[in-house]
Structure formats: C-alpha cells, structure tokens
Design a protein. Structure first.
Length: 594
C-alpha cells in the first residue's frame, strides 16, 4: 500500500464510557465456540487519559486455552440466504441483526450470525474462501513447513520457513506475513515460534484480475473472483492443516497466531477473521482494505477505496461496484473485527499517517468490541494507536508489553492480562456517530434458530469443513433432544451428549459433557460410542476422533483433558450424516480416564 505521511490536527476523544462491575459469566451458549468451561470474572474500567481507554479484567488462563476452535469455520452448518437488494445505509450495519431482520438474543446465536457476516463479506468484499481441499499434505520440521494441495485434478505447493524460540517444544507459533513490520524477535523471546509465510507464493501482486497467479489460483483458476487477501488467508489455513496433521511434536496447531504490517496487515486481519483456529490475530497498520471501516475512509483522507481496489487485486472482484458507494455495503469491517470474537485480537495502528485511515480503524475496533463485550469477553480485544514514532511499520516500545501479554494469554495460555483500548487523540473515532443500534444483553441460554424465511433449499447442510453456503436448515420439526448415557455411580468418568440440531440426513451433537465422578483429578479421557448402521462422522471439534466401523473413539485434546473431582468439560462436539429417514441416534458413551 502506498503511504503518504500527513499530519492531522488532534482529535480529542469527546467522552469515555465508564463501566464498573464484576460478573460471573458461565459458558457462552450451546455451540462449541460458545460453550466455554471456565467462568470469566470481568471488570471494565474506562479511563480517559490522553485518548486512552483501558479495559481491565480477570480471566483464568484456562479460559484463553478454549477460545481457538478446532475447525476452520464452526458455523458451516448454519443455513444462510443472502439478501437480493442492498439498500443504502450511512450507519454501520448492526452486527447483532440477522439477515431476516431479527436480532440475536443469546450468546449461542452468535455462531450462526457470524456465519451470515462471513458469507456477506465473501460475496461483496473479499471473494469466496473455498473449504479445505480434497487433499492437503506436507511436512513440519524445526526449520520448514511444506504444503501440497490437490483438488479437482489440480495440484499446487508452497512452503514456509520456521524459526523456533529457545527451549523445548512443542511451541505455539505466529505466522508472519511478508517478513517485515512484525517484531519477530519479541515473538520468539516470548516463547512462540515464527512461521515466515510468503503470501506471494499463494497470490501474487502485480497481476491483472483476469489472470491472477499463485498456488491458490493454480487450484481455483486464474479468473477466480477471490481477491489476494482471501487467497493469502486460504494459504495460512492450509499451513494450519499441515501442522495439525503433523502430530504436534514441533508446533502446536491449537496455539497459532498471525501478524503482518501494511498490506500484510490487511492479510493478517483477513486470516484471523476467516479461520477460527487462529487463537491470536495481530494486524499492524493495515490501512484501506484492512481494519478501517469502509464508510469512514472517504471522509478521513485515507487511501481511497478505488485506489486500494485498483492498486492490487487485494479485494474480491465484486468490491469494485462499491468503491464509490460504500454505504450500500451490507457489511463493514467492524463486523469482521467481531468475527474474530471471542478469540484474541491485538490491532496495532499508526495515528501519524492519515493515509492509513487510523480514525476509521478505531471506529472499527470500537464497533467490533461491542460484540466482544456482548459475548462476555471484552477483555480479549486490544486496539493501540497511542504511539510516538510515526514511521510506517516500525517496531515500537509501546507495543512490546501488550504483545508479550497477548502471546502469554492466547498462545502460551499462561497469562490473564486484560485487553486495552488506547486510541491516540490524533485520530480518535467516535462510534456514536456511526451507529444507530445498541448493544444487547445476550443471555446464556440455548441458541434461538433463525427464522424459516432465512433458510435455503430443503437439502441437508454440509459438514463443518464445507465453505459454501449450506443449502438446508435443520428441520424445525426436529427440536433438539438429549441423547444421554447415565453416569455410573462411584468413581471414574461419565459422558452425556445433547442433540443440538437434526434434519432428515444428519445431526449435530454438542456439547458432549465429560464429568469426573471420582475423587482424583483426571488428566485425560477417552470416549467410545457406537453409531447406528449407515451413520458417518463428517466433522468434529475439540477431540481427536477416530472411527473403526461404527465404533467412534474420541480422546481429549491439550486444553480439555484435565478435569478436577466433580468437575466437567463441555466443548467436544461432532456432526454425523445418516440415511434419509433413519432417525436413530448414537448409543451410550463409555468414558475411561487416563
């Protein structure tokens, strides 16, 4: 991105919201992304000091460990029908309002509302991010990662170098896009590995939109309408696939972060928004096509939308019709910020360069933070533009401590430092000027399904790995019902599963609650259960699942294996396909503590 340093007159934050309180927050809803076993004690204090707002919270380290998902897109089974008309709206779209016009009321509703935002962003902003290809293979060593992809008869490959920190692994890792602007020394010093990812190997700059080049376009065609930012995101997702398949002896697939500066900050932002396995997203000075709200860029003197669209094919081809009329976009970047929730997000910005749109970026962060707060995880987002050095993509002392704290909290899973909103008075946005909606108080109750009018055709939804819009909702005539294996008296562990939703040819069971009935701490568990004939597991999360015939074995992953006496974990889930009309459900769960 071209940057033209230009001083702005100081913009003083008109007001700071002061919130005080301490709330015990139980699991955030019924879906995997929102069934968190830990309780978060949250106190928010807003301090208006030189444009700074500090969010203070107390979070158990175990809570951070459960934030990253085990799948790329948890809401892939949610039915989404995109709107046919796009009325103009000068205000930021309401992130809590479904496409059908109703507002979400429960924290668990966010899973499918997020999927709506994802589909809107793919259609109108970035282009589609395809699901995991048919074959993804590769290798992980202490110095290198190789990725080999085959799909629909086409193959491509790329690689990334690895730099490990001192100590013994396996290590969490931060994918660094482009190799500049990120403080890689600080990342490694904090105990995380650095994966040096060349986005141009996956999506090259300097190519016309009708002849895009790179590993992504080798697979999906050089006339694909998907822009480079989403192609780069797809590449990082394939790296995570390979790390996950490697056995975890060197790098941890459930402790991955991403960062980058300038155009690579745009890429890092999109990576974190569109892959829920990313535990920590850290875009730096991303500018137009990155964090700043599209609606605010024309009035701020930032790089224009038409310039960002034309400079490189970063954005999807469809965005070309919105460069002069962003008010007709059904989404804006505050919703992409919200897509990262409840995972860690640390946005670093530069208020000294108006061309980067820092005022609009602060509005995006404040708007997205409302979703974080509604989900009860307001302490998981940091926005920091209160810096002295105005050089583009410089390493800054102001960011050193929050960088280390975010790595500790979301990757090492040893810290509990609260997030902070520190907006420089040079470029302070006012969210109140941009919204006509209020933040709801979301309940901890069960998910409320979307209106039937938001459904698509009456066929079965895809498995969680699918990226295309699901074509059918769960049958409204088949309400969730429990499938329970009664816990045996005495010691050991037991498990119960709840049918979250079901339709003619499939169902989703989540959560599966594993309970420690004994007097000693369990440090690992294994579940076995039997599927009815013809039933097949098509996706699972938060457990290592294998099948042999109709017998399914599920073993805990790193963050949910420890259960104290009398305690339980409730974040394992799975999806199953079944023959049409076969309404049987899995038989009882057998639990063994290890």
């Amino acid at each position: 991105m071209r940057t033209v340093p230009r001083r702005r007159s100081a913009v003083v934050i008109a007001a700071s919201i002061i919130q005080a309180g301490r709330r015990a927050l139980s699991a955030i809803g019924a879906s995997r992304s929102t069934t968190r076993s830990a309780v978060v004690a949250l106190t928010v204090t807003a301090l208006a000091v030189a444009g700074a707002v500090t969010v203070t919270a107390t979070t158990a380290p175990a809570e951070a460990a459960a934030l990253a998902a085990a799948v790329e897109d948890e809401g892939a089974d949610c039915p989404v029908t995109l709107p046919g008309s796009l009325p103009a709206n000068a205000k930021l779209p309401d992130p809590f309002k479904r496409i059908d016009g109703t507002r979400i009321t429960a924290k668990s509703d966010w899973r499918c509302r997020r999927e709506e935002i994802k589909k809107l962003a793919e259609r109108h902003v970035y282009g589609e991010k395809p699901a995991k290809p048919a074959s993804v293979t590769g290798t992980v060593s202490s110095t290198n990662i190789t990725v080999n992809v085959t799909h629909n008869g086409r193959s491509s490959s790329f690689s990334a170098s690895v730099q490990l920190p001192s100590g013994s692994g396996p290590f969490p890792a931060v994918v660094v896009l482009g190799g500049f602007g990120a403080d890689t020394a600080a990342i490694r010093a904090a105990g995380a590995a650095v994966i040096n990812y060349d986005p141009y190997a996956v999506g090259k700059e300097g190519t016309p939109r009708n002849n895009k080049q790179g590993a992504f376009y080798t697979i999906y065609g050089n006339t694909s309408s998907t822009g480079l930012l989403m192609a780069w995101s797809w590449g990082v997702s394939r790296i995570i696939d390979v790390v996950a398949q490697s056995g975890g002896s060197i790098l941890k697939a459930d402790a991955m972060g991403v960062t980058g500066c300038s155009r690579f900050g745009k890429g890092a932002f999109v990576v974190g928004a569109f892959d829920q396995r990313i535990a920590l997203t850290m875009p730096i000075e991303s500018g137009s096509a990155g964090v700043p709200i599209f609606r605010g860029i024309p009035g701020e003197g930032a790089q224009s939308l038409s310039s960002a669209y034309g400079e490189q094919p970063w954005l999807g081809d469809a965005f070309g019709s919105f460069t002069g009329r962003p008010n007709t976009l059904p989404v804006d970047t505050h919703q992409m910020v919200a897509m990262v929730a409840p995972r860690g997000l640390f946005i670093m910005d530069n208020p000294h360069i108006a061309n980067l749109g820092p005022k609009s970026a602060s509005v995006a962060a404040l708007g997205g933070a409302e979703v974080y707060k509604a989900l009860g995880v307001g302490e998981n987002i940091t926005y920091w533009s209160d810096i002295q050095n105005g050089s583009h993509c410089a390493n800054r002392p102001e960011w050193s401590t929050p960088l280390q704290q975010n790595i500790q909290k979301f990757l090492l899973k040893t810290g509990n430092a609260p997030g902070a909103i520190r907006i420089s008075s040079r470029a302070a946005g006012n969210l109140a000027e941009w919204r006509d909606w209020q933040t709801p108080t979301l309940s901890d109750g069960p998910s409320i399904p979307p209106s039937p009018s938001a459904s698509s055709s009456p066929s079965a939804p895809p498995s969680p790995s699918a990226s295309s819009s699901p074509s059918a909702p769960p049958s409204p005539s088949a309400p969730p019902s429990p499938s329970v294996s009664p816990p045996p008296p005495g010691s050991g562990c037991s498990a119960t599963g709840t049918v979250q939703t079901q339709w003619a040819t499939g169902y989703v069971i989540q959560p599966v609650t594993v309970t420690n009935n004994g007097t000693a701490t369990i440090n690992g568990w294994t579940l076995t259960f039997t599927l009815p004939a013809g039933h097949t597991v098509t996706g699972s999360w938060n457990a290592a699942v294998t099948t042999s015939g109709q017998t399914v074995t599920a073993r805990n992953v790193s963050f949910n294996g420890t259960i104290p006496p009398g305690g339980s974990v409730a974040n394992f889930g799975y999806q199953v396909s079944r023959p049409n009309g076969n309404t049987q459900l899995p038989s009882g769960y057998t639990c063994a503590a290890s």
